[in-house]
Design a protein around this ligand. Structure first.
Ligand code: F6P
Length: 322
């Protein structure tokens, strides 16, 4: 095996707090091993456009605590095409890149698998998405920060909701996943939490709210990916109880920004360092993650699957939301 001399790293898909910390960690360990690291700007778009920049530890140290990604990110349509992927391969060859680290979600990892059909370049994925919807890791970068942000917003809404005895329907992010909804809802004491992984939760909500008499706040957290959707949830509530003062809040993209929490920074540092060590040990086509509080390698084809909400978490939802 040839020693690795030049790693290219990119962030792809939705940005997530902790991506900058991971870049910082990757460059630190790589420098110690005498490996050059280039940053690819705007995810796979930059690989197509030959948009690489040298990464240096001192400047990354100044941004390691910030949300977003200093490399920029994109959901690349061009990388879905054979032409785009061939252009990306030219960039890799032209710059003598001999390993790739991709920080992103399931769409980004699908991109890695596509690339592996046309080149044998070693690559490793680091899970970075606020949705926590990736198998092979207990947590993804950005999830903990997004949950803390959502929880604080819901706490704030509760103050005003209690003052007016109002019902609030609060939409949180999670394209196909109820993780943010589950964690933010449980930790903020929500009365009802609707997630895409449970199609009976709407019945529990309607049963509960039928007898609600506006004597206190009532907080409903709805995952964006839930099959019903907040507007429809409102209509259903109004149909079973017309005596309700109802408001909708969509938390939206404010959940995706902000400085990464300590937990996300630690996760980024562990996975960043481990990814470079794994490449140097000859690993490829894996995602590095944390399982049972230990770093773990999972074959890439196994991680492009949904991270399911465990029975234990589903049990907690039924304890607090019935
Ligand atoms: O990154 C994940 C996520 O924030 C999802 O929760 C959400 O559905 C989606 O990205 C929004 O994507 P965009 O910022 O491209 O609208």
């Amino acid at each position: 095996m040839q020693p690795i001399q030049h790693i290219a790293v990119l962030t792809s898909g939705g940005d997530a707090p902790g991506m900058n910390t991971a870049l910082f960690a990757i460059v630190k360990i790589a420098q110690q091993q005498g490996i050059k690291v280039s940053g690819v700007r705007k995810g796979f778009e930059g690989l197509i456009d030959n948009d690489l920049i040298p990464l240096d530890y001192k400047s990354l140290q100044q941004s390691m605590h910030l949300g977003g990604t200093v490399l920029k990110t994109a959901r690349s349509e061009r990388f879905r095409t054979e032409t785009g992927r061939q252009q990306a391969l030219s960039t890799i060859e032209h710059n003598n890149v001999d390993a790739l680290i991709v920080i992103g979600g399931d769409g980004s990892f699908r991109g890695c698998l596509w690339l592996s059909h046309i080149t044998n370049i070693p690559y490793i994925g680091i899970p970075g998405t606020i949705d926590n919807d990736i198998a092979g890791t207990d947590y993804t970068l950005g999830f903990d920060t997004a949950v803390n942000t959502s929880m604080q917003c819901i706490d704030n809404i509760r103050d005003t909701a209690e003052s007016h005895n109002r019902v609030f329907i609060i939409e949180v992010m999670g394209r196909d996943s109820g993780y943010i909804g589950t964690y933010a809802g449980l930790t903020s004491g929500a009365d009802s939490i609707l997630i895409p992984e449970n199609d009976k939760d709407i019945d529990d909500l309607l049963n509960k709210i039928r007898d609600y008499h506006s004597e206190h706040a009532f907080i409903v957290v709805v995952s964006e990916g839930d099959e019903i959707g907040v507007e429809h949830v409102c209509e259903k509530i109004a149909a079973v109880n017309s005596n309700i003062d109802l408001r909708i809040t969509k938390l939206g993209h404010l959940q995706r920004g902000g400085n990464p929490s300590a937990a996300d920074r630690m996760l980024a540092i562990r996975l960043g360092v481990h990814s470079v060590k794994a490449l140097c040990a000859g690993e490829t086509a894996i995602m590095v993650g944390i399982l049972n509080n230990a770093v773990a390698n999972t074959p890439m084809q196994d991680v492009v699957k949904q991270h399911v909400i465990s029975d234990e978490l589903q049990g907690l939802l039924s304890v607090f939301c019935r």
